[in-house]
Design a binder for this molecule. Structure first.
Ligand SMILES: *Cc1c(COP(=O)(O)O)cnc(C)c1O
Length: 494
């Protein structure tokens, strides 16, 4: 076993990459990191001449040293064959002065598909070592649940149960989940709000009776959360892909640098960019783009991380986050692996909701990262402006990235990560463009009339798809629902 990973908070808590994928989080609450990150650089000339899939196998091989090349190649084929509606997987398109990297051509029209198609494959391989099955429990406010369902559908040795707050997701999100096919999937509406569902799932992970019961059936409870290293590393690939495509298009030369603007919530996506930088991608800077929940903007500008503030519900809900968990990994690398220091800050965050990094660390962060944020009104105005000036429709998350990227644009090309299809947020997008509020399906059809691309096929099919999941549970009933769902873990065929 190669114990290539250890906890951000303690170097003696070690794991192989395979174990890190199965565990998700280290036993002390830290995140798994690879101390040798970037010691071996990626060969850019090789990347230039390979397909997305070949580059994925190459990059993942550098980051997950104990998966074999053959395992990775098979996993990548299973994840990406036929699942993305673009041959380039993640195409780059010029829009106004900036370049837009479209990450939303996967099965659920959000960027999380890039990772949530891969993670189940990586888990399935690691489970073979143990002979166990995994039951994935996910609480969702809408998007993650669907991407996880789609990724784990029929994957060997896994089952998945998703809990969403009853009546509190959009019509499109509801239909995306309630119509989910697959032999090993269950979807439950929870009587309560998202926090109720999320807290209950966290309690179930710690429930000894439930864990013992599952273990007696060789089942582990697991999560598809974005702190899992198996979700992080597939995202590193598209940063190299953006560079490759811009090289091929003649936008940049071999000596040139790029900057990236990344709509951010849990800091996973932008951290993947930092991993690419450590592997040798020529990056000038990363723009960390936030909505009104601008904890990260303040942190990058002042060095103070303070979550003691009101939670604001915005039109970019996937970025409504006050604890950006993956930032812990950046702190680890910025302190050159000072796990004691990272632990001190994380303990302060848990106890007081606040910590402050030293001026030296702040300076180091600021040499590569800048931060911007936008409120809902600015976001709507940007959607409308970019549509009118450049005939391109951005979703609210991507619009924040575009606005932030425009503010920070220097000489080098600025690549904006577009994290969701505008169709997923059709109501808010149409309201931004026309000023009118429409019913959700009406907005979807109206948007199709002004977009260059048709409604993605999986979204278009929702209007007439059969509802397969109509179970409603109260919070105390979730445990029984999980036990029922565990029966599904043997049914995967993929
Ligand atoms: C999850 C999500 C984000 C934020 O990504 P992080 O990796 O959490 O920073 C941004 N946009 C969309 C559409 C998302 O679903």
């Amino acid at each position: 076993m190669v114990t290539s990973y250890h906890s951000t908070r303690n170097k003696t808590i070690q794991a192989s990459a395979r174990q890190a994928v199965l565990k998700g989080i280290a036993a002390d609450g830290g995140l798994f990191v690879h101390p040798g990150l970037g010691q071996e650089k990626a060969d850019l000339d090789r990347i230039l001449h390979q397909s997305y899939q070949e580059n994925a196998a190459y990059i993942l091989g550098l980051l997950l040293p104990d998966y074999t090349e053959e395992e990775l190649t098979q996993a990548i084929q299973a994840a990406y064959t036929g699942s993305f509606a673009s041959e380039a997987v993640t195409p780059v398109k010029p829009v106004g002065d900036l370049q837009v990297l479209e990450l939303f051509h996967g099965p659920t029209s959000a960027f999380k598909d890039v990772a949530l198609t891969m993670l189940p494959q990586l888990m399935s391989i690691a489970l073979k070592d143990t002979g166990d099955s995994a039951m994935i429990l996910t609480a969702t406010s809408g998007d993650t649940g669907k991407a996880a369902l789609s990724g784990f559908k029929n994957v060997d040795r896994t089952g998945i149960a998703v809990f969403y707050p009853e009546g509190k997701v959009s019509q499109i999100q509801y239909r995306q989940m309630a119509t989910q096919q697959g032999e090993n999937v269950r979807v439950f509406a929870v009587q309560g709000n998202f926090d109720d569902a999320q807290s209950a799932v966290k309690r179930l992970f710690l429930d000894q009776e439930l864990n013992d019961w599952a273990a007696s059936k060789s089942i582990r409870l697991s999560s598809a959360n974005s702190i899992n290293v198996g979700r992080l590393v597939p995202q590193v690939v598209y940063y190299f892909e953006a560079w490759k495509q811009l090289m091929q298009q003649g936008v940049i030369g071999r000596q040139d640098q790029l900057s990236f603007s990344v709509p951010t919530g849990n800091f996973g996506d932008v951290l993947a960019g930092y991993y690419a930088y450590r592997l040798g991608l020529p990056v000038k800077k990363f723009v960390v783009a936030s909505n009104a929940n601008n904890v990260l903007t303040e942190f990058i500008r002042t060095g103070v991380y303070d979550r003691n503030r009101a939670f604001i519900k915005t039109i970019s809900p996937s970025m409504d986050i006050l604890i950006s968990s993956n930032l812990e990994r950046l702190l680890y690398y910025m302190t050159e692996g000072d796990t004691k220091q990272v632990k001190t800050w994380m303990d302060q965050l848990a106890a007081e909701g606040r910590y402050q990094v030293t001026p030296e660390i702040l300076e180091k962060i600021q040499s590569l990262f800048v931060a911007e944020y936008a409120g809902d009104d600015e976001t709507r105005a940007e959607i409308s402006r970019v549509y009118k000036e450049d005939a391109y429709v951005l979703d609210p998350h991507s619009a924040i990235g575009y606005l932030a990227g425009g503010r920070q644009k220097g000489e080098e090309p600025m690549v904006v990560l577009a994290t969701a299809s505008p169709y997923k947020f059709a109501q808010d997008v149409m309201e931004a463009i026309t000023g009118d509020t429409m019913a959700e399906w009406d907005a979807l059809h109206a948007l199709e009339n002004i977009c260059q691309d048709p409604v993605p096929a999986p979204l278009a099919a929702l209007e007439s798809a059969d509802i397969l999941h109509d179970a409603v549970v109260d919070v105390p009933g979730m445990k029984e629902a999980v036990k029922d769902s565990c029966a599904l873990t043997g049914r995967g065929t993929r």
